[in-house]
Every structure is written in C-alpha cells, then in structure tokens.
Design a protein around this ligand. Sequence first.
Ligand code: ADP
Ligand code: MG
Length: 292
Amino acid sequence: MAGNPQQMNKKREQRYSYGLSLLRECMEKKPGPLPASGDQALLKAEKISLSFGKLQALSQVDVDIREGEILAIIGPNGAGKTSLLNVISGFYRAQEGEVFFQGKRITGLRSNRIAELGMCRTFQNIALYNGLTVIDNIIAGRHPYIRYNFLAGMIYFPWAHREEARQRAIAEDIIDFLELEHVRGAVVGTLAYGLRKRVELGRALALEPRVLLLDEPMAGMNLDEKEDMARFIIDINEFLNIPVVLIEHDMGVVMDIADRIVVLDFGYKIAEGIPERIKKDPRVIAAYLGEG
Ligand SMILES: Nc1ncnc2c1ncn2[C@@H]1O[C@H](COP(=O)(O)OP(=O)(O)O)[C@@H](O)[C@H]1O
Ligand SMILES: [Mg+2]
C-alpha cells in the first residue's frame, strides 16, 4: 500500500494500544466459538445452486470461511458474488445446497436469525438510517445489547442512564477507530459516499460480529478512500480476530489484503487459492480479459 509507511505504522501502533478496547471487552465476555467439528471452517456453504427463472445465478458453488482469515470473493459483474452472500446470510433461499455456521446447519434460516448468530454484513447499496447522525446510526447497531426497554429509558432509571452512557462509549470507540470523529454529529444522508460506507462498517462492527461479510466496501471510492478502507478491514481482522469475507470487483485491491481468494464467473467457482496463485491462473485472467 502507498503512503508513508513509517507514519502509518505509528498510527497503527496507537490504534493497537487503545483501539476498540471497549468493544473487545464486550466480545471477550461472550461464549467462545463452538468446538471445531473436524475442520477449521467457521462458515461453510456446500453445493449452492440458485436460479432466477431461467437465469442460473449460482451453480454448485462450495465455499468455506476459516477462522482468522480475510477471504475475498471476486469476479466480473453479474458473476454471482452478491447472490452468494445473500444465500449465506439468509436473504436469498437457494434451490440446492446447505450452509453451516459454527458447526450448525443454518440453511433456510431467516436473515435476522442468522444476524443474531453473529453473521453481520454490509450492502452493495448502503443501508443506513439517512436521517440520523453518524453516532446514532452506530448506536443503532448496538440494539441487541441494549438491556433496558424503551419505557424504562423514558422513566429514566439511573441504571438505564448508565447503560445508555456505556453504549454511547462503545459507539464512540468505534468512531475513533474508523476515524469518523469529525463527522460524528453529521446527518448520514449529507455525507459523501466514502464516509457513508465507513459508517456502515461501523454499524456492522457495533453488532459484535463473529464474521463480517462486506459487499464491495470500496466500490465508488477514490484511491485514498480505498486505502483507508483496506486498512480498517485489516485492523478489524487483526485486532478483533474477526474473519472477513470481502466481495470486490477490482482484483488489484484484494490481492494486497486477502489471505485467500475465491473466483466466480457466470455462477461457477472457477478458481480458489492464495493471491499469488490466483493472479497467474489462466481461467481467472481469461474471465477478466473477456469482460466488457
Ligand atoms: N433478485 C434477483 N432477481 C433476478 N435476477 C437476479 C437477482 N439478483 C441477482 N440476479 C442476477 O443474478 C446474476 C448474478 O448477480 P449478482 O449476484 O448480483 O452478481 P455480482 O454481485 O457478482 O455482480 C446476474 O445476472 C443478476 O442479474
Ligand atoms: Mg454484486
């Protein structure tokens, strides 16, 4: 990645020392991962086939997501990347195939149930509360953890007040981490695209995910914004040990940060492996050259 490496290391060191300590504390209190069932896959999709009428969006696609990794799913437009993410996270129901998460079969579960299990995602088209501020959008991501009910909050029990302060502190922690301090009070709808993408990442993080699914988090960004986003994704993966699935149309961007890459083309998985191998794979090169 470009930029002054020394400066960047310093910044990262600072982030290591205080970054997300409150969130990390919350996540460490949660029950740990289920014992591994023979293999290391946290998430496994097997033989997924999905069609829309005559259009075959996915054909017998296998993919697994392992502990600690950044997995990129790449491929030309219309290859089926978003569809695969939608099947995994319960937004689409595949005609064939099974999905397992933390050793448990989740095929056919509704998206909100799957989210409660700790699978959190962002969308290709940003989904935020546009009329709310940045901080309120991130606090909204804390909803599963807010213990007091609305009425109690209104009557203003002291403990409800304390709880709100705690949730606000966690949200502030995320805002610092994603370098959103300068827009904390801004209404989301007024922000530039790249910043809104960052807020959406913040909200997903607020949910204390076991795995993060990001659908083109860098699309439509300029180079600086892409580099920032790449750094945030790497740091989230490292600091919080959250596996990340990253959909990206641009092959160059993911080569730097992905541990493993899955390549889709016309609904088929045409390659899988470490970046060096994918870069040289003739089928991958052909899929990209053949585009547009
Ligand atoms: N809800 C839908 N209804 C009909 N066709 C769809 C729907 N979602 C995706 N498709 C089609 O499925 C194919 C794969 O789309 P998508 O998964 O969005 O690709 P990608 O994210 O790789 O660009 C495309 O041909 C697209 O038009
Ligand atoms: Mg897509």
